[in-house]
Each structure stands twice: as structure tokens, then as C-alpha cells.
Unconditional design. Sequence first.
Length: 506
Amino acid sequence: MEILGLLSDGLLLALQPINVGMILIGVTIGLFIGAMPGLGSVNGVAILLPITFLVPPESAIIFLAAIYYGAMYGGAISSITLGIPGASTAVATTFDGRPLALQGRASLALVTAALASFVGGTISVILFTLFAPLLASVALSFGPPEIFALMLLAFATFVGLGGDDIPKTVLSICLGLVLASVGFDEISGEPRLVFFDISGFLHGINFLVLAIGVYGIGEMMWTIDTTRGKITTTESRMTLRGAIADAGEFLRRAWRGTAIGSSLGFFVGILPAAGATPGSLMSYGVAKMLARDGNEYGKGHPDGVAAPEAANNSASTGSMLPMLTLGIPGSPTTAILLGGMVIWGLTPGPRLFTDQPEFVWGLIGSFYISNFFALVINLSFIPLFIWMLRMPFTILAPMIFVLSIVGGSAATKDMHDVWLIVIFGLAAFFLRKFDYPLAPAVLAIVLGPIAEPTLRQSLLLSSGDPMIFLNRPIAGPITVIAIILIFMPLLKMVRNRMRQQSEKTA
């Protein structure tokens, strides 16, 4: 009952006119920031942080949190309509969102993304409200062995993303891990894999650069090659009756991915330094692995849109939890929010809930309101987003190319990365021509920088004994599950070959 009383006080604070205005403006700005390739919530919050000094601290953090929420919703827009991830958190949405758009079902993809985002955000806020101190202590108990075990579990789902061709999937994963290793070694500080001594490789390969190249330039070239110029427009329409039908299909076909993304995304989000991107990618892999019709993923399955969208919104709320309760940012965006709180004279940590209860519960109350407004605003703009798809492809293709180049340049402000976008686009096109899966490589470059340091730190802690991943109470069960999942496709392949041989002999 005490929590309900504090939450009601927080909702009343969040519903004050100035705070409601901040939420509406923040969510709308965030929606378009998330939809612009290369910007994303990190850049949006960082750019608009100075403006918040004109309002009280409570209104300022509510405004920035609303931008964060809006950007999580907006990232799906360009992923679905253009095939270019608006942010790294929306890369997995491209896998099924873009095929749905090309089939003339963009409204289904956009409605599914909006509803899944709303459900994921709502579930995560409820979990945040009820279990904040407990979940913060659980997150704190995750050391390098536990985090590596979780990453190993994510790698175990990669095989399912590559179809039945396991060797090509493994090769794609290895390619992604190699690209993730470019730059300075985090443990020793030595440069490695600096190709041809080009200084641009010293800062590593930005994940967003790879994603924009693969799913922007590469997808555009693939579409042009496969259609031979026959596509002029994507036939997509949006009507009220159609939106209601899309919502009904969401309830029938996307509930499983929404449930997985909401729970797994929040859990990954509360882990320090994890964030929404690994959560969304892992949720997509787990949803596909558990689905009965997993072969339909990647071809335009609503569940493939719902899982990552529910996860990235759930993770965005989850990443707020270690920031408020422990003073540890759970994502790059919350790191900027943490800096803003310190500037405003607030000290994040365990005592924040007792010393500044009005601020904390006002912020939690704004999560509920921001989530609702984000859903309403997103659904209201869907007809505009669908109108973009009805443009002739002769106009859309150059637009995709320009947005890809501008987005990559805006993300890193480095001409070296612009050239990498073009190179990755060409490489992705030829890999698809030879039927190599791209999703495992993209996922590997996301999780590689997390998995490698935690693996090496764990082995340093155990003096090189790998049993540290099995002896610890949390890491052990996760590692065992991951190993089982890794070997299951191999056992399935062996069983199929034995069956084929027995049929031939019979």
C-alpha cells in the first residue's frame, strides 16, 4: 500500500501542466530523433541536455526520459519503412519489419511495433515500481562470469538465426567477432587488427556504421538487383478498419515475442553496461528459437517485430534502475542522464529514494504517462510513415543512400566511417548473393565487445580455470543451458543425416 501511495503522488506530480507539456514535447521530439538514422537517443539527449536548465530538475529529467522513450518507439520507423535502423536498438526490427513493408503490410509492422513497445514499456515500469531495490541487488551480483555466461547464451541463439546452414552461420559469427576486435585491446591497451595501418581503425568499428551499411546500402542494392527495376512503389494503405485488424493480428501472432521481449529485455537492461541493443537482439533470437514457425522469421513475421520492440522499450526502463538505485548507468543514454542529475545537484544511489522521494516517484510516474503518450503519438503518425512508402523507388533508393551516408557521418563525424558504410554495404550485398546469413554477424559485433572482456576478466579471476563459469550459482545454470542450445542443432543435423541414410538403404 505504501508503494501505491508513493506512486499516486508521483503520478500527480507528473500530471502537472509543465510536466505534461515536457512529456508531450519530449516524446514527439524523441520519436523523430529515433527515426533519423544515425541520431538515436544518446545523441538526442546529449544535444537537448543544455535546454533543460531552463526548467526545474524534476521537469528536466522527465523531459529527457520522455525523449528516451520516444526514441525507442521511433527507431522502428526507418527500420520498417526504409530498411535503415534508426538506432542500434532497432536493428533486429529490420529483420522482419522491412520484409513486411515490402509485402505491402507496413501498417501491420508499424502497429505491431507500437503496441509491442507499449506493452514492453508498461510491464517494465510495473516491475520497476514493485521490485526496484531487489532487482538492483540482483544486477549488482552479476560479475564478469555471469555476464559472459549470458552472452554465451545469446551466441547459442545465433545458430537459429542462420537457418539450417550451420557452417555458414558459424562463419558469419566469426566474421562479426573479428570486426568487433578491431581497435585497442581493452585489457592490454595494445592496438590490434588495424588493417593497412589506417588510423581510422584505431577507434574500432562502430556498430551503427556496420548496421547502416548492411541494412541501408546493402538492402537497397539487393532490392534493385532482385527486382531489376520493376518495383516502383510499395503498396501500403492505412485505414481505421485496417488498423483494428492489424491490432487483432498482433494479439494472435505476436503475443509470444512481446512476452519474451518484455521480460528478457528488462532483465538485460538492468545489467550495468548492457543496455537495450543486446536485449533486443537476444529477444529476437530467443523468440525465433522457441517459435513453432521459426522458419518464417526473417520473411515478415509479426512476432519478429514484436520481440525486439518490446525488448528495447523494456530495457530502456530497466537501464534506469541501476542508475537511480546504484548510481551506475545501465546504458549510454542513462550515463548522460546521470551526468545531468549530478549537475542538478541530485546524487543517484540507494539514498535517493529516501532523500528525494518526490523526484524519484515523479520520474516513475512520468514513465507511465510517457509510455501512453508515445503510443498515441506513434499511432497518429503511422499514415505519414506509410505515405513515404508509396513514393516511387527511383526516389526512395537515392533517399536511402543519402540518409545512410548522412546518418553514418552524424553518428561518428569521421569520413573513415562513411567509406566503411559503403564497403559494408557492398560486402553485405555479395554475402546475400552467396546465401550467407547477415544477422549472426551483426549480432556478433554487438555482443563481442561485451563477451571478450568479461571472458578474459573471468579467467584472470580464476587464474585461467574455465570451471569458474560452472561453479558459480548464477553463471553455472546459464552456461549449461547455453551449451545444450549450442549442441542441439548439431544433434538435429546428425539425426537428419542418419534418417536419410536409413531411407536410402531401405
